[in-house]
Design a protein around this ligand. Sequence first.
Ligand SMILES: [Zn+2]
Length: 270
Amino acid sequence: MSRLLFLILLVLAARPAAAVTLEMNGAFTQGGIIMGRTDPGTELTLDGKPVRVSPDGIFVLGFGREAEPKAELVARGADGREQRRTLDVAKRDYKIQRIDGLPQKYVAPPADVLARIRRENAEIKRVRQIDTEHAYFAEGFIWPAKGRISGVYGSQRILNGEPKRPHYGVDVAAPAGTPVVAPAGGIVRLAERDLYYTGGTIILDHGHGLTSAFLHMQDVTVKVGQELKRGDPMGTIGSTGRSTGAHLDWRINWFDVRVDAAVLVPPMGE
Ligand SMILES: [Zn+2]
């Protein structure tokens, strides 16, 4: 063995085992979305639930509306080394939003549409479980449409005086017909013109269980299975389904965890 090679081997052997790389970026709040990078081959869990890591070490995770103040991230390197990180998840205060004047059939749906609503919800639920290996989300997000913010994540909804489930989207109010573009790349998993509550609806799969939904659209110009690049047109803003005016409701899920789309984009400019 050459003296040089021997020295190199000696240095490698003496080097202390480095910790697993764990870099994270994003909103450490309820509704927050975190993107990160670790060493390829690392196994990650968040509070015991596996988190997909791409072949080059990229991952995404999210915190729900009522997420606990702490979350435990465990990274196990390919060589078995483990690193634990306790993540602080800041609490958020949510607004109360009253909406009156909705047609009563949307507040208390008539019995004959319950089967339809169940069917549509089951399909949406199925699509949100899809775990695509491509990390489209890693390229970053833009607003899918520009306009006035008329609704935010997490607000408690009171519809025609009745307390309902919270609102999970960010609402962008703009005239019907305003173009809607893909906020990041992805694969279209659902493209429907007329769902009961959400009207014209698209669900775009950004990879690793992160999906965007776009609701109340007037035109839907994409098809299931189509791959979109960030900025590609998808249709137009409308007021279809349970809606009181033209707006785009954009919401993001990490599997069944509802997160806040607005944390991914800069504040809406003029
Ligand atoms: Zn909305």
